[in-house]
Design a protein around this ligand. Structure first.
Ligand code: PMP
Length: 458
């Protein structure tokens, strides 16, 4: 449970929000105007979650830096919650996009860039067949639908605390021992217990029990959890997960949307995982909306038996029930190629991971110097500061220990000090343009935050 906010922290949040309001008058006014025409003030409801009390309105972004409409500058470690992991306006993506915009964006016809992209996805992630979608959410939905089609089973198993986008089956967590709704979101009239199973991450016995009924089409999981703080995977868990899913005829979908920060082929390639399907999105086309899912040879062959490749003379149903008129459009494919060829390259990953290591080491040093009961996690180019002494084992430990108050205070402080992190937890992502100076800027601001809370006796 989230603890009630101690008065001191509450006062500090007030102070930081007042400071934010004073230094962001134009964003404040824009946000006020936005209420008139957007359901939740901004074009996406996610844009309302910022700890300053309202979002900054972006004027422009380049590399790892953003400038807002009030002229404030930020080092951006949020990077659009991973959509901007290539850095803002990377040259290769911009050039590819402009070139393709002039030649037509969406024709529902393949372009030759797709041949290069398909080959590269197989090479990186190790699965032979790919489908492009317009988002990671859609890729997950597509993968789940195929899993249900070929297994004939209704349920999807996820781990408590997961997030896989707007996927109904994955909106669940364990609350009071039962299937509840993640972060207490609205159940939306759906009987989640009928379509979902949820167990704690790293819990092999619970997984074994849940899959033994053989009513689960697929397990959908990140290779380690990144959306509830960062929850590391226990030794042997992946081997057990693969063995149990195979034994029970359950498909394994690995969602690499965030963990692609591990390296060019994500955590899957780095650790030799063998998923039946793999999903990614967000950064994969450099910020142009896109998702991908790959399938194994076996999954593809089982699917082709149900929905054969089309013979145009026979007007058979060849519809997969997966949407996406704009999926795989020429613009997306062109920018995806640019990303894979020039941006998310092994050399750039080396720089990004080195900077994430630097940030994590520096933050650990600050934490240790002040003997604070906090810790720092890292997955490749991604790091996370958590207000607990040790990494959590599962979602239950996060629910029990999460310090929402300190997170809000830290995030509001960061924004006032020119640092952006994703508003949902304290996650830092590096892009190829992130520099050691940017990391150093964070270290200084984080040290000042520690001074602030210690002076206040928190
Ligand atoms: N999978 C994971 C692991 C994610 O973190 C997210 C979004 N945070 C998604 C899927 C969904 O991505 P999108 O909202 O871009 O569809």
């Amino acid at each position: 449970m989230q603890q009630s906010v101690p008065e001191t922290i509450d006062r500090l949040i007030d102070r930081e929000q007042e400071r934010f309001r004073r230094t962001h008058p134009r964003s404040f006014e824009d946000w006020r105007k936005g209420q008139a025409h957007f359901l939740y003030g901004g074009p996406s409801h996610w844009m309302r979650r910022w700890a300053g009390g309202f979002p900054v309105y972006a004027a422009e972004a380049k590399g790892a830096h953003i400038r807002d409409v009030d002229g404030n500058a930020y080092v951006d470690f949020a990077l659009g919650d991973t959509g901007g992991m290539c850095g803002h306006a990377p040259e290769a993506v911009t050039e590819a996009a402009v070139r393709q915009l002039r030649r037509g964006t969406t024709m529902m016809l393949p372009t030759e860039d797709s041949l290069w992209v398909g080959q590269e996805l197989s090479r990186r992630f190790g699965l032979p067949y790919w489908t492009l979608t317009t988002s990671a959410t859609d890729a997950n939905r597509g993968a789940i639908r195929i899993a249900r089609m070929i297994t004939g089973r209704p349920k999807v198993l996820v781990f408590s605390g997961c997030y896989h986008g707007g996927v109904e089956e994955a909106h669940v967590e364990i609350r009071d021992g039962k299937v509840g709704l993640r972060n207490m979101i609205h159940p939306n009239g759906v009987n989640h217990a009928a379509v979902s199973k949820v167990v704690e991450f790293n819990d092999v016995e619970a997984l074994e029990r849940a899959l033994s009924d053989e009513d689960v089409a697929c397990v959908l999981t990140e290779p380690l959890m990144t959306n509830f703080g960062m929850i590391p995977v226990a030794d042997g868990f992946h081997a057990a997960l693969r063995e149990i899913t195979r034994r029970t005829g359950t498909l394994l979908i690995i969602d690499e949307t965030h963990t692609i920060s591990s390296g060019p082929g994500g955590y899957t390639a780095l650790h030799g995982l063998e998923p039946d399907m793999l999903v990614a999105g967000k950064a994969i086309a450099g910020g142009i909306p896109a998702g991908i899912f790959g399938t194994s040879q076996e999954v593809a062959e089982r699917l082709w038996k149900i929905v054969p490749k089309v013979d145009p003379r026979v007007r058979q149903s060849a519809h997969l029930g997966i949407g996406g008129t704009l999926a795989g459009n020429a613009l997306t494919v062109a920018t995806m190629r640019a990303v894979l060829e020039h941006v998310l390259t092994p050399a750039n990953f080396e720089t990004m991971i080195a900077n994430a290591s630097l940030l994590a080491e520096d933050a650990r040093h600050v934490i240790e110097t002040h003997q604070l009961p906090w810790h720092v996690m890292q997955t490749g180019a991604r790091a996370e500061i958590m207000f607990t002494p040790r990494p959590p084992k599962n979602g239950a430990e996060v629910i029990a220990s999460r310090r929402g108050d300190l997170e809000t205070l830290l995030h509001a402080f960061y924004m006032n000090e020119g640092i952006l992190v994703t508003p949902f937890h304290t996650m830092f992502l590096m892009c190829p343009a992130t520099s050691a100076e940017d990391v150093d800027r964070h270290t200084q601001v984080f040290s000042r935050f520690v001074d602030l809370v210690r002076d206040a006796g928190v």
